[in-house]
Design a protein around this ligand. Structure first.
Ligand SMILES: C[S@@+](CC[C@H](N)C(=O)[O-])C[C@H]1O[C@@H](n2cnc3c(N)ncnc32)[C@H](O)[C@@H]1O
Length: 560
């Protein structure tokens, strides 16, 4: 199949107008761990990054990955608990790694399992998959990339009382990274689906602060609300699948022809913003994986009873509808859902490999096909899944939507371009503390104000001096993570002994999750209040210059 160069991928309408030319922007290199069939990899490639290696232990995932990315030299079927970074290094020969991405398996954290009662008690802790984040961090420790991005389900935050979310962050901070969690809505980046994911982003502490606010602004509007009027409205389910040929349940033909009449009609209605820019239908020689699974006659009759956008629970409650399925109606109310053409689809899940009952087609009497699921995940039509039907669903449901991956890739490129400029333009923020002693001197009035509950009364210059001093002392802390601390506390440490002696509260104890000293959390909240009300500018709230000055000082053994 002929492939265009990745730089030629058109950005979806609504994407930020960032364009990089390879002459001014060096090609960044990325390793994808737990790569699955390559949703995240594809996003990176679309954003113009170069994939050095992609690793997964699942043979079907690797088969699909290799099929679609023949140009990636190292797509490896390896168990990451055994295959260590040293082994990879023997293949990639000390290549520079700018970014490590990955989605360690999330089943252990998934709310879906918690709901069915399987995720309570000791199993929560003993599920070995929960420890796989350590393999990810092992690669981060070895390669020291500038940035890492870990993707997971939202459930990771609350799993085992937040302990795993805490551990990932605390351990990454100990490796020299400034870490924070970010909840992202995939549909804000053009994915026609309700998918919400938790990103954990780490940047090396000697680099500026990364914020999604700056580098990953949404591409699509949240609502028709005026403040977002400049953004296009979200992509709907029908925009993503409405051109596909209609099928009957049980029609399992793997390859078929497109219906070009339907496509023309569809393009006239929706333009090519999804079909052409994202799905790249013109690059697919034939339609693959558009196969409708078999359903019993009883299920098909039940499907027909549902209205568009309706679940069986709602139909029973509001229309007193009777379904034919033979199980307890009390316990299995939520057995079916018919999706709605003009809305976002429910989150595509790996469980679709077992049944598609929560994904009934909006207008046809069948569940969605793997190709429809792939389109809803923003996989282009040329991306093929040459594995068995159930594996197709599992790989598609597990994937990071390529469009979301692309948004992450663009964000990292933009961020690192800014970081290169910041290295040239050192110390724009004023005033920065000269040394540890001055940082303590400027910080003490803020600590006093925390004790007296008078932070809000400090003058702007006094508050800023103290806030920049916190940045100087704590170059691994992220201002955004002070809003989410968890409960557990531990003893804090510093490489600035004078600060520990003169202002011990500013060092310890700390919240294990965010790393923020307990005493400084109210200061961070006051900084956010001042930022929101315009008293602190963005570069003052995210005081990268102060943090980098502190980091440089530590690197130079205490000398400025
Ligand atoms: C959530 S999926 C990742 C999806 C991927 N990021 C994408 O965008 O397509 C998690 C992956 O981890 C893989 N995995 C689980 N245990 C592993 C191990 N010990 N070593 C390597 N891969 C593993 C699974 O096979 C699965 O493909």
């Amino acid at each position: 199949m002929s492939r265009r160069k990745t730089d030629e991928f058109p950005l979806p309408k609504g994407a930020p107008p960032w364009r990089f030319s390879s002459s001014t922007d060096p090609k960044l290199s990325v390793i994808d761990l737990f790569c699955g069939c390559g949703g995240f990899t594809l996003g990176m490639e679309r954003a113009g990054l170069h994939t050095l290696a992609a690793i997964d232990s699942n043979p079907q995932a690797i088969a699909v990955h290799r099929h679609n990315f023949p140009h990636i030299a190292h797509v490896l079927e390896k168990d990451l608990t055994v295959f260590k970074p040293e082994h990879l290094d023997a293949l990639i020969h000390n290549a520079r790694v700018d970014l490590i991405i990955g989605g360690p398996p999330c089943q252990g954290f998934s709310p879906a399992r918690r709901r069915d009662g399987a995720n309570h008690g000791p199993r929560v802790i003993t599920d070995a998959r929960r420890e796989l984040y350590q393999e990810f961090l092992g690669y981060v420790a070895y390669y020291q990339p500038k940035v890492f991005v870990m993707e997971n389900v939202q459930g990771i935050k609350s799993a085992a009382g937040g302990e795993f979310f805490t551990r990932v962050q605390a351990e990454a901070r100990a490796l020299g990274y400034r870490v924070h969690g970010e909840r992202v809505h995939a549909w804000r980046y053009g994915v026609p689906q309700k998918r919400i994911r938790q990103l954990i982003i780490g940047t090396r502490f000697d680099l500026p602060i990364f914020t999604t606010r700056r580098y990953m602004p949404p591409w699509f509007a949240a609502s028709e609300d005026e403040s977002e009027a400049v953004l296009p409205l979200p992509v709907t389910l029908w925009e993503a699948i409405g051109d596909l040929p209609p099928l009957a349940a049980g029609d399992m033909q793997e390859h078929r022809r497109y219906d070009f009449r339907r496509r023309r009609f569809h393009l006239a209605r929706y333009t090519g913003r999804y079909l052409e820019s994202v799905l790249q239908v013109h690059r697919a020689r034939k339609l693959t994986a558009h196969c409708a699974r078999f359903h019993s006659d009883r299920d098909l009759r039940d499907f027909q009873r549902l209205r568009e956008g309706e679940s069986s629970a709602v139909a029973m409650r509001e229309r007193h509808l009777q379904f034919e399925w033979p199980y307890s109606k009390e316990h299995f109310k939520d057995r079916y859902t018919r999706q709605h053409r003009n809305r976002l689809c429910s989150t595509i899940v790996a469980h679709m490999s077992k049944d598609g009952l929560m994904f009934i087609h909006p207008t046809q009497v069948r569940s969605l096909t793997p190709r429809e699921a792939a389109r809803i995940q923003s996989f282009p039509d040329w991306f093929e899944f040459p594995v068995a039907f159930t594996h197709q669903f599992r790989l598609i449901g597990n994937a990071v939507p390529p469009l979301l991956g692309e948004a992450v890739g663009h964000a990292v490129r933009c961020y690192l371009a800014d970081a290169r400029r910041a290295a040239v333009r050192k110390g724009k923020l004023r005033p920065l503390p000269r040394d540890e002693r001055q940082a303590v001197e400027w910080l003490l009035p803020l600590l006093g104000a925390v004790s007296n509950n008078t932070l809000g009364r400090l003058s702007d210059p006094e508050f800023k001096r103290g806030w920049f001093s916190i940045g100087f002392i704590h170059s691994r802390l992220h201002p955004d993570s002070a809003a989410e601390n968890g409960k557990r506390q531990l003893a804090g440490q510093t490489e600035m002994p004078l600060v520990a002696r003169l202002a011990p509260d500013a060092i310890s104890p700390v919240f294990a999750q965010s790393g923020w000293p307990v005493k400084l959390v109210p200061v961070a909240k006051e900084a956010l209040r001042r930022f929101d009300s315009g008293l602190l500018r963005e570069e003052e709230f995210y005081c990268s210059d102060a943090q980098m000055a502190g980091a440089r000082r530590l690197k130079n053994g205490g000398q400025a």
